[in-house]
Design a protein. Structure first.
Length: 486
């Protein structure tokens, strides 16, 4: 099967969050299946290239209509294991300091940037003669790919048998633009109806995908149900989703078990595995406390956070709760995003330098050391389509404390009985609930046997992609068969 993955980010080439991790991991995982051929299409942002990968020009250039103009696109290519990675290049759209935004906010022409990318994916596939059986698109940035396939490209025999599968990573970001974007994208006003491209008078890239994709997936079973039946989580698209309920599937993300392996992790002070985690984690914890200027004390519970700083993640709630526990706990937060949250975390750390550390920005290696050195990992998300840090932290024997939502609910089990638990959970991102569980954690921490039992449950979990890769491939087959029958 020829699989074309279209995404706006993929680790290790470009990443702002979990979408990048997942798109990169899926490309690798699909390529391991014997009968598959995988091409991954990404925009070539300014920071791509150099280092371990240097993409080579893929010859020639082609033109993409944007509004009344033709914008040139070129491509470059790099072989990444069995995956062929193609970068769509445009100085005008992608040679910028940020991927989606500048310091002052989202780029004003994101509609053009990603309609250009989506259409260039289709033109690029033709350009290199890669006729996909399935195009797997991710999030709103590639939402127009299914729409193009079933409208403007409907009569293009190159894609006559190509199925489109769309994966929702976060429905809170939909790519909403004014109606003028319809013209820029080249669609016909005839398709500007509520059943197709129109959304409250404008364009919505995510909705366009939900209407036109052959099959839709999202990144956990619980989120698949929440976005249909809890309007506050469906963000206005719950109706569209319900109309496609038979074609919507929740497939849990995995983590890359080679990148995230405490036994071989070279970022850690000392590697460890299930049978010797206690000594390994103690060494990692001490080193982390030292690195961050925190008191080096094994009896203080070290709580970690690695996160985008965003309302979604509920860290404002943690900020309120944390000061009540500083006698017994330390907190380290690594994150980037909202300046208000960042300032507040900075202030808390400045006032309690031996108890709280805040590091802003993206820092892969520190992230590894936090998972390795922390005792618990806090994720009080208001919603969480899947969430990767809770799985990474469990693999590192760091117990997650999460809200029961989305993928957190599907991966972290806590019912008060240590023998059946692999972490801690609260029902909502609520200060009272969080404080009550933090109190419980402090009392449990002294009972090493129960604590270690939970750590072992956490470390034993299967968070590999092996579980879910098969589910995707099965769905791809169904989508392809349906296409063939049309
Ligand atoms: P998101 O909603 O941000 O996509 P996920 O839970 O899916 O959240 O994934 C977040 C990923 O990004 C994890 O791999 C996490 O370790 C990583 N991450 C988040 N913030 C940072 C940071 N500041 N530095 C390094 N890695 C980070
Ligand atoms: C989104 C979600 C996150 C999920 C990630 C990868 O960014 O916020 O929960 O893990 O996508 O699917």
């Amino acid at each position: 099967m020829k699989i074309l993955i279209a995404a706006s980010e993929a680790f290790p080439f470009c990443k702002t969050g979990g979408l990048g991790d997942v798109a990169g991991a899926l490309a690798q995982v699909f390529s391991r299946s014997e009968d598959s051929e995988v091409a991954l299409f990404l925009p070539r942002y300014r920071n791509v290239g150099g280092g371990a990968f240097s993409p080579k020009a893929a010859g020639g250039s082609f033109l993409i209509p944007v509004g009344g103009r033709l914008e040139p696109a070129t491509m470059s290519r790099v072989q990444w294991g069995r995956v062929a990675v193609y970068f769509i290049e445009s100085q005008k759209y992608f040679d910028r300091p940020g991927m989606y935004r500048s310091n002052t906010g989202d780029y004003a022409d994101n509609d053009e940037r990603f309609l250009f990318f989506s259409r260039a994916v289709l033109e690029g596939a033709k350009f290199i003669g890669f006729k996909p059986d399935v195009i797997h698109c991710h999030d709103w940035q590639t939402g127009l790919v299914p729409a193009y396939l079933r409208t403007l490209y409907r009569i293009d025999s190159f894609f006559a048998k190509t199925a489109a599968v769309f994966t929702i990573h976060n429905i809170a970001y939909q790519g909403m633009f004014p109606r003028e974007t319809l013209v820029k994208a080249g669609f016909s006003w005839l398709d500007f109806t509520p059943e197709k491209l129109e959304f409250y008078g404008g364009m919505n890239y995510m909705k366009s995908a939900l209407v036109f994709a052959d099959l839709i997936t999202t990144v956990s079973p619980t989120y698949a149900s929440e976005i249909q039946y809890r309007p506050e989580l469906g963000h206005g698209l719950e109706g569209v989703l319900k109309s496609r309920t038979a074609d919507l599937f929740g497939i849990l993300n995995g983590i890359d078990e080679e990148i995230w392996d405490p036994a071989t992790d070279t970022f850690l002070e000392r590697g460890y595995e299930l049978k010797n985690f206690a000594r390994g984690k103690a060494a990692c914890k001490k080193a982390l406390q030292g690195e961050l200027g925190l008191e080096e004390n094994k009896d203080l519970i070290l709580a970690g956070v690695v996160s985008r700083l965003d309302y979604q993640k509920g860290l404002d709630v943690l900020l309120k709760a944390a000061p009540h526990f500083l006698e017994k706990m330390q907190f380290v937060v690594l994150g980037a995003g909202d300046p208000g949250l960042s300032d507040a975390l900075e202030a808390l750390a400045a006032a309690n330098p031996r108890r709280v550390a805040f590091r802003s920005g993206l820092n892969e290696s520190l992230a590894h050391r936090i998972y390795g050195g922390a005792d618990i990992f806090i994720m009080p998300s208001r919603f969480e389509p899947c969430g990767l840090p809770q799985m990474i932290s469990m693999r590192y024997g760091c117990l997650p404390l999460v809200t029961r939502t989305g993928g957190l609910k599907d991966t972290v089990f806590y019912n008060g009985e240590p023998k059946d638990s692999n972490g801690f959970a609260i029902d909502h991102a609520d200060e009272g609930q969080l404080r009550s569980v933090l109190g419980h954690i402090i009392s449990l921490y002294g009972w090493h046997e129960n604590w270690n039992l939970m750590v072992r449950n956490a470390m034993r979990g299967d968070y590999s992609w092996a579980r879910s890769a098969g589910a995707y491939l099965k769905l791809f087959n169904i989508a392809v068969q349906r296409r063939q029958l049309r």
